[in-house]
Write a protein that binds this ligand. Structure first.
Ligand code: URA
Length: 436
């Protein structure tokens, strides 16, 4: 069938067969489909939507456009599990959760992305650890997964290349925000990592990619249905992003928070709840725990015993970072200027424009406006106030870590606009819903 015929069918709201979708993806991978044809297909799918079966077919075809990892029982004596977040401000969950699940008997080969816009990326956070290699060979990646139980690295060239080509076109043709296309894009990469179970963290609220709860629900439903349809047992949690997750946002500063979390030095309650809730889904899905309560207890034991911290150190040192990051954080870059961002009035934090807090980090140089931007790993925010916290001259909105006084002052101004002080309703639960 001609490529334009497949596009025409989608344009005319016909349901495409798996063969037609597979043909289109094959042509997209081999450059036989032109950028104009890819854009036209993307817009037709954006406007007319896709059935679950079509989205499953698109996911599987994009997965199969490159290498699909497989793990045998001799190599890994446990289930291969992963989690993925749709992206939030201060979301460092993967970095503590991967070693916790590893210490509880799972194996986590995590392929993560870089940040773009107001949300940070796990890989950028890991890049702030001197020596950590986010692009090892596949052989090294497999070795570290086997030895440490987890490894977090970037997308390799040959992992779902059709998604990379499609995404590059979607990015410049206003077709990113399509639930079936986002679903297929995320899941094709996850399926290519050879997983046996996935927990999705779909964010909702002012700092999320989808701020409206109904949209977040629809995305969670689509991901769970398509993943299960493609043979990957998956559950999704919808979690709150109306405030920063944890008390830091940036790169090195977030690794500092991960270190404090794993050593027990300090644990933010809401962050802890998201980590444990997602981890429990992973352990239950992987058959490592009979129910969520048992799974939660197992995860808490990995923290109390130091086993999760030890797995983290094995992963970091195995990928070229220091052997003692948990005791000596000098391998993290730190910014020269620190400034307390003070509110104009004393009171209780009633509302936070979390997206704006994320943009303050971008303004400092800690995030990207365009994919090709270089970032400064040392800058960011710590001690960020949450909803219901008292702020005033003694309790700033956040501490700004910047490379210059001028940058720090500008970020402090942005933060003042992001926080509203007044009558504060009780913040809602951090895990809003579970979609199974
Ligand atoms: N993240 C992805 O990997 N793909 C999308 O389409 C959107 C977010």
């Amino acid at each position: 069938m001609l490529t334009q015929e497949i596009i025409r069918r989608k344009r005319d709201r016909e349901t495409l067969t798996a063969e037609q979708i597979s043909l289109f993806v094959e042509r997209m991978s081999t450059d036989e489909a032109s950028p104009a044809q890819i854009a036209a297909f993307g817009m037709a799918a954006f406007l007319n939507g896709m059935e679950t079966e079509e989205t499953v077919a698109l996911t599987l075809a994009m997965r199969d456009s490159g290498n699909v990892l497989s793990w045998d029982a001799e190599e890994l004596a446990g289930p291969v599990l992963d989690k993925h977040s749709t992206g939030g401000v201060g979301d460092k969950v993967s970095i503590m959760l991967a070693p916790m699940v590893a210490a509880a008997g799972g194996f986590v080969p995590m392929i993560s992305g870089r940040g773009l816009g107001h949300t940070g990326g796990t890989l950028d956070k890991l890049d702030s650890i001197l020596g950590y290699d986010t692009a090892p060979t596949v052989k090294r990646f497999r070795q570290i997964v086997a030895q440490a139980g987890c490894a977090i690295i970037g997308q390799t060239e040959d992992l779902a290349p059709a998604d990379r080509r499609f995404y590059a076109v979607r990015d410049v043709t206003a077709t990113v925000e399509s639930i079936p296309l986002i679903t297929a894009s995320i899941l094709s990469k996850k399926l290519a990592a050879g997983l046996q179970g996935l927990a999705m963290d779909v964010k909702t609220g002012s700092g999320a990619f989808m701020s409206n709860l109904d949209d977040s629900r629809a995305l969670a439903r689509s991901i769970v249905d398509v993943a299960n349809g493609a043979g990957l047992p998956t559950t999704a949690l919808i979690t709150d992003m109306n405030q920063v997750l944890g008390h830091s946002a940036g790169n090195a500063v977030e690794i500092g928070e991960v270190v404090d979390y794993l050593t027990g030095e300090r644990r933010d309650e809401r962050l802890h709840e998201v980590v444990i809730a997602l981890g429990a889904e992973m352990l239950v899905t992987g058959g490592l725990a009979a129910d969520r309560d048992i799974a939660r207890a197992a995860l808490l034991r990995t923290l109390a015993s130091g086993a999760a911290a030890e797995r983290f150190e094995r992963m970091v040192s195995g990928l070229g970072g220091p052997t003692n990051l948990l005791r000596e954080t000098s391998a993290l870059r730190s910014a020269p200027i620190t400034l307390a961002a003070l509110p104009d009035e004393t009171g209780t934090v009633a509302r936070i424009d979390t997206r704006k807090v994320g943009l303050a980090v971008v303004e400092l140089g800690g995030g990207r406006r365009r994919a090709e931007d270089r970032i400064d790993h040392s800058v960011g925010l710590t001690e960020i106030a949450g909803l219901g916290d008292e702020v005033g001259p003694e309790r700033p909105l956040a501490l700004v870590h910047a490379k210059s006084e001028a940058d720090a002052a500008k970020a402090a101004e942005t933060l003042k606009q992001a926080f509203a002080v007044g009558d504060a309703p009780e913040p809602g639960p951090v895990v809003v819903e579970t979609v199974t």
